[in-house]
Design a protein around this ligand. Sequence first.
Ligand code: ES4
Ligand code: ZN
Length: 326
Amino acid sequence: TQQEALIRALPKVELHLHIEGTLEPEMMFELARRNGVKLPYDSVEAVRKAYDFSNLQSFLDLYYAGAGVLITEQDFYDLTWAYLKRCQADNVVHTEIFFDPQTHTERGIAFETVLAGIRRALDDGRAQLRISSRLIMSFLRHLSEEDGFRTLEMARPHLDRIDGVGLDSSEVGHPPSKFARLFAECKALGLPRVAHAGEEGPPEYVWEALDLLDVCRIDHGVRALEDGKLVERLAETRMPLTVCPFSNVKLRVFDKLSDHTLRVLLQKGLCATVNSDDPAYFGGYVQDNYLGCARELGLSGGEILQLVKNGFEASWLEEGERGWWM
Ligand code: ES4
Ligand code: ZN
């Protein structure tokens, strides 16, 4: 269709992607073999079959287990490089990715190993593939704020190679207010802040992310639609929402893609963007998310263009980095 051709032709950005969530089952097996790690599956097909989630937590359990095959700096490089090659194939010209250091430092992997591998791939991506990027260090909200402070201390010598901070993992029961002091410290260090809010959690968590963490984007935010005052605030400030449609369906926030409220967000004047979250687990990369939404929601050419433009608007790209498309 014309919409499909438009989606493929447009240069796109991605603003909500967990690099650990790009670990395809094939690479999981390859790294397990390389590192002598034992997996609880006997084939790639068995892994894919296990990806049948009932909520966020049922996914996170597999996601953290899968990350256990990542050991060496080269593993983190290979993971990130494979993702960047996929960006190139899909006409993604800029990407802002999350990494979860605590997932790895908890297993005895050095912070420096994780950062060096991801960073080297991003640098090569810029030089060799002309893909610009940002790296966002995300704190795990099911852990304590104190653990977050310890992680920030590990990051301190490397802050020239970290572009911002985020907040992810199990949302309900771990409100943004739990991390108010940590985020204040990050703000004092000059780090831009984002947070997952309103994925499974209530609109109150979105208010807290705005008012207590002073974020410049909300990751997911789809539940904001339950609160009219909040929608007004988000629209007036053009606060971006990094929406992840395939993720929302796989984690049962919506029953099916045709039920997703992406179009409603646009109609209310919100700066909604399309992203993939954990593409290896949720059935597609960012372009697949656009294609799926265009098909199932009947997006017009104008809506597709608006979503793509919103992505550039919401990005941390600076004037001097922009290509012909901006
Ligand atoms: C995540 Cl989908 C999602 N939500 C919250 N935290 C996450 N970490 C990785 N994927
Ligand atoms: Zn996410």
